[in-house]
Ligand binder design. Structure first.
Ligand code: ZN
Length: 164
């Protein structure tokens, strides 16, 4: 339809994109509601990576033509929904420094670009631990906030060190 470029095709595309936006908005509402509900029920906080990193990840996995649509705004919306829903529910929401979360081994703390074998796979070059890359990163993110009060000297620029 985009190729044809006729008036009706354009109109139809516009309608589709509106529907898509509403769908995404609704999905973000549902996701944020569930996350906040679960966090409250289990008396936990929510940790999120800063926006920048999400966009970088998306750019690597999504086709060039879809980058703009998939980039940061959808996540920004989710973060916005999360922040006010969390505030209303009294759930703490933390933004985590995204540096090195995806290339640091959550088991031994080794940080290297080579640990990230591909978009999906994480394999630690030091201890041999292998996992889904997003899962490994998520564990690092969940620890980062807990570790922050301990590492209070402002030396958070390096790789995450395992505390125990
Ligand atoms: Zn390791």
């Amino acid at each position: 339809m985009q190729k044809r470029g006729t008036k009706s095709a354009k109109r139809h595309l516009k309608k589709l994109s509106g529907r898509e936006a509403r769908f995404r908005k609704n999905t973000n509402h549902v996701i944020s509601k569930r996350l906040v509900h679960k966090a409250k029920a289990t008396r936990q906080g929510i940790a999120l990576e800063e926006l920048r990193h999400i966009r970088q990840r998306t750019e690597r996995t999504v086709r060039r033509s879809q980058r703009s649509r998939h980039s940061c705004w959808s996540f920004a919306q989710l973060r916005f929904f999360l922040s006010y829903k969390a505030a209303l529910a009294g759930v703490p929401l933390h933004l985590v420094d995204p540096r090195n979360t995806s290339k640091t081994c959550h088991v031994c703390g080794h940080c290297a670009k080579e640990n990230r074998k591909s978009q999906a796979v994480f394999c630690c070059q030091a201890c041999g631990y292998c996992d889904n890359a997003d899962r490994n990163a998520a564990i690092n993110i969940s620890r980062a906030e807990v570790m922050r009060p301990i590492v209070s000297s402002g030396s958070f620029s390096g790789c995450n060190q395992r505390s125990a």
